[in-house]
Design a protein around this ligand. Structure first.
Ligand code: ADP
Ligand code: ZN
Length: 731
């Protein structure tokens, strides 16, 4: 599928591979020639590797030794704007280009010949007597005659076993056909009417529709409380985009949210869009990749990595819950999908919609400065109102040792329970107890590989390190002093709150929601649906529940420890706490019953707690912005984190000191360098970690200076250096 054969057979071409090499390699164009953007397989040493024709060859490689490109793969060539995007994203994140290309080629089997699979359709013979099971199969085929079912799909749809289908094939009632595996996605119909919108929603939707029709780049913050209909509104923008023949991408922060969202898309546009996240099978990934490239998929719903898919004509990117920290990839290539979405849209003359009830300060500031448009949805849809928020001053409450639900909160839950309404108890801490302490020697049980405590997970009956995932059985003997049966859990995790709730409310049906408690996204989804349908009286959850699920019967939210987010020296601690508390509170009172949110706190007068209770969002952001501006912190200044790691602590520190002493390229742009200092988690998986922090003025050419700074380094042994532009976490 070569473009125009820009390079004739034998011509020298430059190929960017996904291998960690710092340059584009020269090859000869294959028989029939090739074009810029072609996906190719090239020989590299004894191996064959994936690459993309990047341009003419550099010409500095001995012509006699040039090897020809192996073959051109049967996928649409990479578009110019995609190559541009990868370049710019690599520049921005100070990442080598091959690593960026790897993000854009995460569909295994791209080079495979399009394989075939068997599909099942109505046959020509109509048998006269059929068993019930067989009738079910025939009914499915008759009612969906243009669908292509695999054996399993057909059997599942009909609710019968595969042998029933096979039996019908034997009778000639069903035909078995070979069909290419990578089928186009079903067509979405943007002309189907959506829900009747309220006045506010209509105005917002119209603004977005017009913006999309302009075919020009722009970014809009769509701000609205949970339940105000942001999703309904941005689906109108999607409709406008699809109607104009362009493709749309909707990014969600959490896989668990996709199922519910796919249903809404199907209800709105009559078919399901393509899906892209870590839970999608390899063959399906390949299908998404190919179909997007050739324009046979109109819409993708996915996780942050969907940003690197080969859209043929991307017209709209929606980033839902844009403030979520999960949009920042924290290993490998360190990028923020929200920011990269804006970059990608700019290069595609596309629209960006950033939706949130509690935008990030960055986005809030960009809207304030007029760089982004802003649309506010102030009212909740229908009779639902924002919950009332109150603090429970924990200094006035009397609690038994080892309990965390205050009498006031207990009373409020009891009231809801009596009325058949749901309560949510929120604690952003997985596991049973954050600390396991020996009562004999006072030592905490730590991870062998990390500078972190082991967290007891009683449901799993193990201790777990939340840094490296290592688990071990809960010991009976203290690993430090050998005392027997003296280990005790200290502090609450969500499992311990569950235990407490069970003993206080023995009659209540209690559901616990935490990301580590479900083996699969499907199991989690099932549990969420169970809760939504009212099959739980008390829901106990971590921040997983804060993210956009609809629980219509929920009228009370109790935050076990509202002070938890205020701790820590993190730049964004206040912002995060504010966002999380507002979001969790937003879970209550979505339907007719009004909601109440109670925050257990020891610091009811703390400015952040006050801002949460008062709901004075603009005032909170303005104050937060003023503080950051005064400190030259993002978004009013720029930051980069440097993380050094290695198995030899001395060598890691030496490298840090060397960098700090040779920071001339940074000083030249007026930047400051702090550190080296041991990272807050000074050891992970046996590797010692040291951090440096670089601060620069907003307009300073930070990335170029960073590149000049680290370029002379050679990393010996297992030393690693990674650069984190606009760091979100500082662990
Ligand atoms: P948000 O994304 O702001 O949290 P949603 O779009 O999910 O809000 O809307 C919340 C609930 O209200 C959803 O169940 C949605 O279907 C419903 N809803 C919102 N607007 C309308 C409308 N105009 N007509 C009917 N239902 C609506
Ligand atoms: Zn560990």
């Amino acid at each position: 599928m070569s473009q125009t054969g820009q390079f004739r057979e034998g011509a020298r071409v430059g190929v960017l591979t996904t291998q960690p090499l710092d340059r584009v390699l020269d090859y000869r164009a294959p028989e029939g020639g090739c074009g810029v953007g072609d996906f190719v397989e090239v020989p590299l040493g004894p191996r064959k590797v994936l690459g993309v024709v990047w341009g003419p060859g550099a010409g500095d490689f001995d012509a006699a030794k040039l090897r020809p490109v192996g073959r051109i793969l049967d996928v649409a060539p990479m578009r110019d704007e995609m190559r541009d995007f990868l370049h710019r994203a690599a520049d921005y994140t100070v990442t080598p280009l091959p690593a960026m290309l790897r993000l854009a080629t995460r569909a295994p089997g791209l080079g495979d010949a399009p394989s075939m699979r068997k599909i099942y359709k109505l046959g020509s013979t109509v048998p006269n007597r059929l068993t019930d099971a067989r009738v079910k199969v025939m009914d499915v085929l008759r009612s969906q005659s243009d669908a292509a079912f695999t054996l399993k799909e057909l059997a599942d749809h009909a609710g019968v076993s595969a042998s029933v289908v096979k039996g019908l094939v034997g009778l000639g009632a069903i035909r078995e056909e070979d069909s290419p595996r990578d089928l186009p996605f079903p067509v979405l119909d943007p002309r189907q009417p959506g829900k009747a919108l309220t006045d506010d929603q209509t105005t917002a939707a119209q603004t977005l529709r017009e913006a999309v029709r302009n075919d020009r780049f722009a970014t809009t913050l769509l701000k609205g409380v949970t339940g105000s209909g942001k999703t309904e509104v941005y689906l109108e923008a999607v409709a406008a985009c699809l109607a104009s023949g362009r493709q749309a991408l909707v990014l969600l922060p959490e896989i668990a949210l996709t199922a519910e969202f796919l249903d809404r898309v199907e209800a709105r546009f009559g078919a399901r869009p393509a899906e892209w996240h870590s839970g999608v099978t390899m063959t399906e990934r390949r299908r998404v990749f190919r179909m997007l490239g050739q324009g046979d998929a109109q819409m993708v719903v996915g996780a942050r990595s969907a940003l690197f898919l080969p859209f043929q004509d991307l017209g709209l990117i929606v980033v839902d819950e844009e403030h979520e920290s999960s949009y920042k990839q924290e290993d490998g290539v360190l990028y923020n999908a929200r920011d990269m979405a804006v970059l990608r849209a700019m290069l595609n003359d596309a629209q960006v919609v950033l939706a949130s009830a509690t935008p990030s300060l960055e986005t809030w500031a960009n809207a304030k400065a007029g760089k982004y448009a802003r649309i506010d949805l102030t009212a909740r849809f229908g009779p639902a109102r924002l919950p009332e928020m109150r603090a429970i001053d924990m200094r006035d409450e009397t609690l038994d040792r080892g309990t965390w639900i205050s009498p006031t909160l207990r009373g409020a839950v009891a009231e809801r329970f009596a009325k058949g309404e749901q309560s949510l108890l929120f604690l952003n801490r997985r596991g049973y107890a954050p600390v396991t302490l020996c009562r004999a020697c006072g030592q905490q049980v730590g991870c062998d590989h990390c500078d972190a405590r082991m967290v007891e997970h009683r449901f799993l009956k193990r201790l777990m390190c939340h840094q490296c995932g290592e688990t071990k059985p809960i010991p009976t003997i203290c690993p430090s002093c050998g005392a027997e049966d003296r280990l005790a859990p200290v502090g609450p995790g969500i499992e311990r709150i569950t235990e407490e709730a069970q003993s206080v409310f023995p009659q209540a049906r209690i559901a616990t929601l935490s990301s580590d408690m479900f083996g699969s996204a499907r199991a989690l989804k099932a549990e969420i649906e169970r809760i939504a349908s009212g099959e739980a009286d008390i829901v106990i959850g971590t921040q997983l529940v804060a993210k956009g699920h609809n629980f219509p019967k929920l009228t009370l939210v109790g935050v076990i420890d509202a002070d938890l987010g205020l701790q820590g020296s993190d730049l964004r601690a206040a912002e995060r706490c504010f966002q999380l508390m507002r979001q969790v509170a937003g879970r209550a009172g979505r339907a007719e019953a009004p909601g109440l949110a109670l925050l257990q706190t020891h610091q009811p007068a703390h400015p952040v707690i006050q801002a949460i209770l008062g709901g004075e969002e603009e005032a909170f952001w303005a104050a937060e912005a003023a503080q950051r501006a005064a400190a030259g912190a993002p978004p009013y200044g720029r930051m980069a984190g440097i993380i050094l790691s290695g198995s030899d602590a001395g060598a890691v520190f030496d490298l840090g000191n060397h960098l700090a002493r040779n920071a001339r390229p940074l000083l030249e742009i007026g930047a400051e360098v702090f550190g080296p200092a041991p990272a807050p988690i000074a050891r992970i998986r046996g590797r010692h970690r040291v951090r440096l922090l670089v601060k620069a003025a907003k307009g300073a050419p930070l990335q170029a200076a960073l590149r000049r700074w680290v370029a002379p380094l050679t990393l010996r042994g297992d030393l690693r250096l990674s650069i984190d532009i606009d760091p979100q976490s500082f662990y």
